[in-house]
Design a protein around this ligand. Structure first.
Ligand code: GLU
Length: 370
């Protein structure tokens, strides 16, 4: 069943660079004005809107006259510093024309991945929504380095949607959704309008067609869909190329819908589920998988194998013997200790490690089932 999005109160809209900037590197004025018209309409209906906008690097490189092709890290950082000013100004002007207030929010990876900073960022955006402003979010590309960055605004937008407990994430792109094969290819790709679950087949489709789709590609969109849907947020991918792209969607325009999963979980669990930085993996046996499904904690005895170099409190992925990801959680031991106690009874932990640690490798309060 198609999710009812007319009732969505808090909506995140992700805007890709290719929609905002033309081939000459100039801002598409008319298009942006039409998007903001849509935003004003939604705000007028009492909804809360957060925009996640790309475009800083694209606009800045034009202003600085940087050559075509891949930029060096320092060049893209410089381009972002210049382009973000233009971008923020463009939103501010257009929102102002509708008596709306623009608020610039620049985030780095740690702002969503570190719990304390996550709570801080969430608090700021919450306040902005409360006072009626329209937050315009982007990655702080000027200080982001290649190791410490989201790198694509698809996942950034999903993380923001999860953080803000949004009802809906709209990813506006230059393609109107997910296809079973590249549109127009020999295999004749079919458009998928409803995706109730992100299965390995769905992931494989994105993998196969990804590189043909320009900028963020379909792979990062599927990763974003996983983050959003696990956090209880519906996500849709739609083409934003025409004017008034969001109104068109409300009137039944073409899109791929990814349905929100399961029960709403606590904020802490949403943060765990959507984490971008996982540090290790635990492979569990069938008995442990059944115990987790029944709501129990993960004990060392049920763990067959592990990989990664995680510390205590890091997010790790839990897989069953077939390799399927069944859960994620905060590990109570670091990988050196964990290695020593897997497969062992919890009563033996004190003897093996020389201190009395926790009975569970991942306590159920620290775990999200997938
Ligand atoms: N943050 C980048 C920018 O504003 C865009 C990243 C993306 O395209 O996903 O230029």
């Amino acid at each position: 069943m198609k999710p009812d999005w007319h009732s969505a109160k808090r909506i995140i809209i992700k805007i890709g660079s290719s929609l905002l900037i033309d081939e000459e590197g100039r801002l598409k004025d008319k298009w942006l004005s039409s998007l903001i018209e849509d935003v004003a309409k939604l705000k007028g209906e009492g909804r809360e809107i957060v925009l996640v906008s790309s475009g800083a690097i694209g606009l800045g490189r034009k202003r600085l006259g940087l050559p075509a092709g891949a930029l060096k890290l320092e060049e893209s950082q410089a381009a972002a510093a210049v382009g973000q000013v233009t971008l923020a100004h463009a939103y501010e002007e257009r929102l102002k024309a509708h008596d709306l207030i623009a608020a610039q929010v620049l985030v780095t990876l740690g702002d969503t991945e570190k719990r304390r900073r996550y709570l801080n960022a969430r608090g700021t955006i919450k306040t902005l929504l409360k006072v009626g402003a329209v937050p315009v979010v982007n990655e702080n590309d000027t200080v982001a380095t290649s190791e410490i960055r989201y790198g694509d605004n698809d996942r950034l937008a999903a993380r923001v949607a999860s953080m803000m407990t949004a009802d809906l994430l709209i990813v506006l792109s230059d393609i109107d959704g997910l296809y079973t094969a590249p549109p127009g290819s020999a295999k004749g790709g079919e458009h998928l309008s409803q995706i109730a679950e992100i299965t390995p087949e769905i992931e494989a489709m994105a993998g196969a067609v990804g590189s043909d789709y320009g900028s963020g590609g379909m792979i990062t969109k599927i990763l974003a869909a996983k983050i959003a849907t696990r956090a209880g947020v519906h996500m849709l991918i739609a083409s934003g190329t025409a004017l008034n792209p969001v109104s068109a969607l409300f009137e039944g325009g073409k899109a791929s819908w990814f349905h929100a999963q399961g029960n709403p979980v606590t904020s802490r669990k949403r943060w765990i589920a959507g984490g971008l930085e996982t540090r290790g993996e635990l492979i569990i046996d069938a008995g442990a998988a059944r115990a987790l499904a029944a709501g129990k904690s993960l004990l060392p005895a049920g763990i067959k194998n592990l990989s990664g170099t995680f510390s205590r409190g890091d997010v790790v992925i839990v897989r069953d013997e077939s390799g399927r990801e069944v859960a994620r959680g905060l590990c109570a031991y670091d990988f050196v200790e964990a290695e020593k106690i897997i497969g062992r009874h919890s009563n033996d932990i004190a003897r093996i490690l020389g201190y009395k640690g926790r009975a569970a490798m991942i306590h159920r309060d620290d775990m999200v089932l997938l």
